[in-house]
Design a protein around this ligand. Structure first.
Ligand code: MG
Length: 221
């Protein structure tokens, strides 16, 4: 992949770093404490799915939740990035879903186990087209929305984030080197709910981009 062309960042095979509980109302709806520091987890590049392909319910889950999130695409890598320079590392954005097997996550949480099978399975990261950073001059103040079968389920502004984008980039880069083509999922506003086979998910960054996915099931093999 030629340097500088991130319009198909999902093909770069770079890492997906996710932030949990970054909106207070969502933390509360799942009976979680509002965090004092960002909570991080990862998805592998194999989690990506694009419009035209379905989101697959994992065979081991009976409760697949949608979480609509603003994705930040890294254009310039770095580590220990100061907050003041963080936005210089951003190439653009994407609308993302952090698909979550909530029943599996609840079991992992109660047993103190990692969330991998709840968060990192195939098709757990649907993404929109790439949005160059110039098209979102104020990423800290855009509205995200999600409908299931034409019913509005999630609607929230990125201004409600507990840890804003520059804070997240700086914080993550203290632990994990950021590379060109990486994607950061910045957390979801409240309203998460379960989806099932044949459901139609539409989501958008208001005035910028929309995307549509259908849900299917995946057999064990
Ligand atoms: Mg999430």
């Amino acid at each position: 992949m030629s340097a500088g062309n991130l319009s198909r960042f999902w093909e770069w095979g770079r890492k997906i770093i996710c932030v949990g509980r970054n909106y207070a109302e969502h933390a509360k709806e799942l009976q979680n404490a509002v965090p004092a520091e960002p909570l991080l987890f990862l998805k592998p590049p194999s989690a990506y799915v694009r419009e035209g392909s379905p989101i697959l319910v994992p065979f081991y889950s009976g409760q697949l939740h949608h979480e609509v999130e603003l994705g930040v695409v890294i254009g310039k890598g770095g580590s220990a990035i100061p907050r003041s320079a963080a936005m210089e590392h951003v190439a653009g954005y994407a609308l993302c879903l952090d698909m979550t097997a909530r029943d599996v996550q609840d079991e992992c949480k109660s047993k103190g186990l990692p969330w991998t099978l709840a968060k990192a399975f195939d098709t757990s990261c649907p993404v929109s087209e790439f949005v160059p950073k110039e098209r979102i001059p104020e990423p800290g103040d855009v509205r995200l929305w999600l409908k299931v079968n034409d019913q509005l389920r999630q609607s929230g502004s990125t201004s409600q984030m507990i840890f804003p984008i520059p804070y997240l980039i700086s914080y993550i880069s203290d632990f994990i080197t950021l590379e060109e083509g990486d994607l950061i999922l910045t957390g979801t506003p409240e309203g998460v709910s379960a989806v099932r086979k044949h459901d139609r998910l539409q989501a958008g960054i208001e005035g910028i981009v929309t995307m549509t996915f259908t849900v299917d099931t995946k057999d064990r093999r």
